[in-house]
Design a protein around this ligand. Structure first.
Ligand SMILES: Cc1ncc(COP(=O)(O)O)c(C=O)c1O
Length: 381
């Protein structure tokens, strides 16, 4: 869009769209979501589509969450919800031994990432993250005119030296992802704590634990348990993944009450609907049994899928989380199209910095078997 120059040159001239929109918004390439299942099925003449691109939990919501949701939809759809997730924050406080004032509930963790960035960053500031991690940290920053600095990875994991080297006085946030999407690598607790000490309060550290509940207990550090000792830490969690409520869009952050009071200023009140709040709260009531079932399913599917990949001779990376990365002997975008033609939707990883790789969510057994069959049928490029 050609820009005719500043309106200030000619106060009588009406601004064009180019005048109104900042260049960091105009030049941003937006994320294009996949089409709905019914559209893809019709377009590709499929009998069935296996959606293995979003790391969803195929078990669906827990029994308690289902019951709460059914009741909430009929009884509460005409009421505004609690504007700040009051009861859910109380329940999270009890579960994690924290003050309810330490939580902010958002319309998915993605909304919370946006609130945090809006709170602390102005144009010209920077955020720091890794090259091959969840891209939303970078996107939210870029579209706000904030520089996203990305440190190279070491052995598919975050490299603390590279992250620390990028800190300067305009650095506001460092985003870590544990376990990392898409590589499944983990920070250990000592390593994470040493990193937090090394950052030494020069900026805030946001620890995204979206897949935390998929990790076997005791293996990954619990970011929520580190908050008392690290006042510059913000932890993200979501109900989209192991709790299987992705369609309801609900996630949260936890931090010190001081940080929460600031971030709340940049949040959209009432953005989280009532049924989502009630289902999330109910899902905490039967969490232990349900999460163990989710982990058992994930373990079994990881075993089944990686055994099949080994049989096909396809290299893979199967770390923590409910997904596996697979290296293909061809372009990943081309492979993605061919897999879709066979009813399998996966995440292609060129845009994550892994050309030739795809990320496959660990779904139902039938979906994993169909995916292995489709991979076997890919043949040469
Ligand atoms: C690492 C990571 N963080 C955050 C999110 C966003 O989660 P939500 O569905 O709560 O917005 C995702 C979703 O894919 C993710 O992979």
């Amino acid at each position: 869009m050609p820009s005719p120059g500043p309106v200030a040159d000619d106060p009588g001239r009406r601004p064009t769209l180019a005048d109104l929109v900042p260049s960091h918004v105009r030049d941003f390439d937006p994320y294009v979501p996949s089409l709905p299942d019914d559209v893809l099925i019709a377009r590709h003449g499929l009998e069935r589509l296996h959606r293995l691109n979003n790391n969803e939990n195929p078990l669906g919501p827990s029994p308690r969450a289902r019951r709460a949701l059914e009741e909430a939809l009929t009884r509460h759809s005409h009421h505004y919800p609690s504007g700040d997730g009051h009861h859910l924050r109380q329940a999270l406080g009890r579960r994690h031994g924290l003050d309810p004032e330490q939580f902010i509930i958002g319309n998915g963790a993605n909304e919370v990432i946006s609130c945090i960035t809006r709170t602390f960053c102005r144009e010209g500031d920077n955020i720091i993250t890794a090259e091959r991690t969840f891209a939303v940290y970078q996107w939210v920053a870029t579209v706000a005119g904030v520089e996203a600095r990305r440190a190279p990875m070491r052995e598919h994991g975050f490299d603390e030296a590279g992250l620390l080297a990028r800190i300067d006085p305009r650095s506001k946030l460092i985003f870590l992802c544990n376990p990392n999407n898409p590589t499944g690598t983990l920070w250990s607790r000592p390593r994470l704590e040493a990193f937090l000490e090394a950052v030494a309060g020069r900026c805030l550290v946001v620890l995204d634990e979206a897949y935390h509940e998929f990790v076997e207990p005791g293996i990954a550090p619990d970011g929520l348990g580190l908050l008392a000792r690290h006042p510059h830490l913000i932890v993200l969690r979501t109900f989209s993944k192991a709790f299987a409520l992705a369609g309801l869009r609900i996630g949260y952050l936890a931090a010190s009450p001081q940080l929460v009071a600031l971030i709340r200023k940049a949040c959209i009140v009432y953005s989280v609907n009532g049924p989502a709040q009630l289902a999330a709260e109910a899902s905490l009531a039967d969490a232990e049994e349900f999460l163990e079932r989710s982990r058992a399913h994930t373990r079994a599917m990881r075993q089944l899928f990686t055994t099949g990949l080994a049989r096909l001779g396809l290299p893979y990376l199967a770390g923590e989380g409910n997904f596996v990365m697979v290296r293909l002997p061809m372009d990943d975008e081309q492979a993605g199209r061919r897999l879709l033609a066979q009813g399998i939707l996966v995440r292609t990883l060129s845009a994550f910095g892994y050309p030739g790789w795809i990320r496959v969510s660990l779904g139902e057994a039938a979906a994993m078997a169909a995916c292995l069959e489709a991979l076997a049928a890919l043949g040469p490029a």
